[in-house]
Design a protein around this ligand. Structure first.
Ligand SMILES: *Cc1c(COP(=O)(O)O)cnc(C)c1O
Length: 217
């Protein structure tokens, strides 16, 4: 299967108002070029160094989505390159983002990452920590929250649906509360093996890697 064919098939299986982010981590620039030719403008990377390299080399009309854990000492390298940071996963990171953006007089758009299954192996806030971080966001001048990102625990379709539903609920609850600097527009959930269920449960953006570019080794 070609990258172009993969993209066409995925696009056919999803509504037009859902954003498809092609997760290009570990893949060479020629692969990204094929996806670009097939119409993809949103690319996802999870390593700062890799995002920077591809940013320099690649088309300038691309929107780069940072989807990995972001160390505070690397913020400065990507705040002017990432279109959206999906992985706001600690108040420490929030405060440091605010500081760096203030220094550069620039706004940054982020998603709060939720660890919905409370897994030790994953980053992100637990549901009961959200009030605290949202209160902190209200005091920011530069960091904006545009929605939520989740990586659900591995499981079957039924458990996937359960975690997507719970995340959608949290998304709607935060939306109702009308926090300063927070607009719930983007619900980033679903990857290669579960994106169709995620869309059924309200995802507005899906992050697909292997389904487009083939297996990562
Ligand atoms: C790698 C990655 C993806 C893509 O996963 P696939 O199974 O290859 O579709 C999506 N989201 C995040 C956060 C990732 O790290």
């Amino acid at each position: 299967m070609s990258i172009k064919k993969n993209i066409e098939q995925i696009k056919e299986s999803m509504p037009e108002d859902v954003t498809l982010v092609a997760v290009s981590k570990t893949k060479p620039i020629e692969f990204l070029e094929e996806a670009y030719t097939a119409g993809i403008r949103d690319f996802g990377e999870n390593k700062v160094q890799e995002l920077i390299e591809k940013f320099e080399l690649f088309h300038k009309d691309v929107r780069w989505h940072f989807i990995g854990h972001l160390q505070t000492n690397k913020i400065k390298y990507i705040i002017d390159k990432a279109f959206l940071i999906h992985s706001l996963d600690s108040t420490k990171l929030l405060k440091e983002l605010e500081k760096q953006c203030s220094k550069n007089q620039m706004q940054i758009n982020t998603l709060i990452q939720i660890n919905i299954g409370k897994e030790d192996t994953k980053y992100g806030f637990y549901e009961e920590q959200l009030n605290e971080v949202l209160n902190e966001v209200e005091r920011c001048n530069y960091v904006k929250i545009k929605g939520i990102m989740v990586i659900i625990p591995k499981g079957n379709e039924e458990s996937n649906r359960y975690y997507f539903k719970r995340t959608k609920n949290i998304f709607e609850n935060i939306k109702k509360q009308k926090y300063q600097n927070v607009t719930m527009e983007i619900l980033s959930m679903g990857m290669t093996h579960d994106y169709e269920t995620a869309i059924e449960e309200g995802a507005t953006l899906v992050r697909i890697g292997e389904g487009i570019f083939g297996k990562r080794i």
